[in-house]
Design a protein around this ligand. Structure first.
Ligand SMILES: [Zn+2]
Length: 80
């Protein structure tokens, strides 16, 4: 299991859920069960993604969320 790959799959799942293969969905699900860091990244990314789709895309909020998301992503990638 690889956090870097999981992070890519998380982004893909949020942006284009239908593009995930069965294997990719399974891989991600199992990884999230085992990895608290990626679970946290996934939850925060999902919140940000939902907020953006709802139109809460004010620059200030967006920048803050992006920074937070990037910080988590960095932590995920450092771990690998
Ligand atoms: Zn992970």
């Amino acid at each position: 299991m690889n956090c870097k790959k999981a992070a890519v799959l998380i982004e893909k799942k949020l942006d284009h859920p239908k593009n995930l293969s069965l294997y990719e969905r399974l891989y991600l699900k199992i990884h999230l069960l085992m990895c608290a860091l990626c679970t946290s990244f996934f939850q925060k990314s999902a919140i940000i993604s939902r907020a953006l789709k709802k139109g809460y895309s004010q620059k200030e909020t967006h920048d803050l969320d992006s920074q937070e998301k990037q910080a988590i992503l960095d932590a995920v990638l450092r771990k690998t």
